[in-house]
Design a protein around this ligand. Structure first.
Ligand code: TRP
Length: 454
């Protein structure tokens, strides 16, 4: 019997848009602007950039190396590279973390669907921030509507993933990512040309280190992890679909640059407008859903701008959600031999169930708390502050300490097809062995509250 060829990306552009699509998401468009706002602006961005390129890039290399070398899902990859060893825990952590992130990410994805529809309803856009805050809180705490929206969002992502890599993820990313780029550029231009926007631009590009808070550095590191989709096998899984002739160094560098560009563009689209309308940049997580509609209400053509912004958010969230789903689906099809369709349905059902719990925890189930957090915040906290750093730590230790250097070099240079300077390779190895593990441990301990700064 002829074994069917494993699915994979068909083109280089396809790989780039899919990886960038995974990285660019709610992390860039919602989290990054408010973190920049909370942490004093340009100085925070500089530190973030330093982490992305010094620390996270080598971690992305590791994930690509593990994935491409084995051509398998997270579990399969670890089984091939280190059979019957503790390293298999990378597989366990990845699948568990996927479900954790999927649950609350789907809920926020559902909110974006709702806000697209809401943008067109008369009376929604108002300059009254109290009313907008009430609208948002009332919406997220109601039992039915956000849950339905969450299922629509999750369902859309599941549909894309059921098409596979070439005909699903790659095909849609190729359309969605350029659209996303175009929309965010238009919005950034609109925001920057508002009267009074220069203060916001200044805030983004003129560093004032005295504005940094004691935990800003760690916030920047955590954001870099989340934004680049590192630490839970997303890049291992996508890497396993990358052909041997492609340079994973190039793909990593380009997609990290793209992710950074999107974050900066999101900052440009949001912060100058925030300043132009005299709102505080340190508004926090409500920035997108409460403050932005307030801004749109005061712009000519606000309805269209509002809808366009939430479409952007939806598209960005979708291309990230599918990468989270694919980690689990690849595991189920390859390890448990389920068909892709069954695997997608099963993942949808489990993620939908946990998503429902997260959604209800903003209202009906808000009484159920652990460590003072509702289910939504608990999933978010556990995934971002514990599981991602733990997974990332294991992966980077694996390539740094367990893998043979020759294999690492072979994978990074495609068997010598591309050259890599000796110093660069030494730098990568140093980061994998020492720099990254130490820094990640730091974030992990901080996340758990085991160490405090100052
Ligand atoms: N990076 C995406 C964002 O910024 C979210 C995401 C997708 C993610 N896959 C991930 C985060 C894997 C952590 C790990 O929205």
């Amino acid at each position: 019997m002829k074994i069917p060829e494993r699915d994979g990306f068909a083109s280089r552009f396809g790989i780039l848009v899919a990886v960038a699509g995974s990285a660019v998401g709610l992390g860039n468009l919602w989290r990054f602007p408010y973190l920049v706002g909370n942490n004093g602006g340009a100085a925070f961005i500089l530190i973030y950039l330093l982490f992305v390129f010094l620390l996270c890039l080598p971690i992305m290399f590791s994930e690509f190396v593990i994935g491409r070398r084995t051509g398998a899902n997270v579990f399969g990859a670890m089984k091939k590279l280190a059979p019957r060893s503790g390293w298999l825990s990378i597989g366990v952590i990845s699948v568990v973390t996927s479900f954790c992130i999927l649950s609350f990410y789907s809920v926020v994805g559902g909110w974006t669907v709702d806000y697209i529809i809401r943008s067109f309803s008369p009376g929604f856009l108002t300059a009254d921030s109290g009313a907008l805050s009430d609208t948002f809180k009332h919406f997220i705490s109601s039992p039915l509507r956000p849950a339905v929206m969450m299922l629509i969002f999750l369902g859309l992502s599941a549909l894309i993933v059921s098409g596979g890599i070439k005909n699903g993820i790659e095909r849609y990313s190729k359309i969605l990512m350029p659209v996303l780029f175009l929309l965010i550029v238009i919005l950034a231009i609109r925001s920057v040309t508002l009267p009074g926007a220069s203060q916001g631009v200044n805030f983004l590009f003129n560093p004032d280190f005295s504005k940094l808070k004691s935990d800003s550095i760690l916030a920047a590191l955590g954001q870099a992890f989340f934004s680049l989709s590192l630490g839970m096998g997303c890049i291992i899984t996508y890497g396993s679909y990358v052909k041997k002739k492609e340079s994973i160094v190039k793909i990593s560098v380009i997609s990290s640059l793209a992710d950074t560009l999107f974050a900066i563009l999101a900052g440009l689209a949001i912060l100058p407008a925030v300043f132009a309308f005299g709102i505080s940049p340190g508004e926090g997580p409500g920035l997108v859903f409460i403050t932005l509609p307030q801004i749109f209400a005061q712009m000519p053509g606000g309805m269209i701008i509002s809808a366009a912004f939430f479409v952007i958010l939806l598209v960005a969230a979708l291309t990230s959600e599918i990468s989270l789903l694919e980690v689990v689906v690849a595991y189920l099809t390859e390890e448990l031999k389920l068909t892709r369709r069954t695997a997608v349905v099963l993942t949808f059902a489990v993620a939908g169930f946990f998503g429902l719990l997260c959604s209800l925890s903003e209202g009906t189930l808000s009484e159920y708390r652990l460590f003072g957090k509702n289910i939504f915040d608990l999933f978010d906290y556990t995934a971002s502050n514990i599981l991602l750093p733990a997974g990332g730590l294991l992966m980077v230790m694996f390539t740094g300490w367990k893998m043979k250097k020759a294999d690492l070099l072979d994978e990074l240079t495609n068997g010598g097809m591309h050259t890599m300077s000796r110093y660069l390779f030494k730098g990568v190895v140093f980061s994998l062995k020492f720099l990254a593990p130490v820094a990640i441990t730091f974030v992990l301990l901080y996340g758990l509250g085991l160490i405090k700064l100052f």
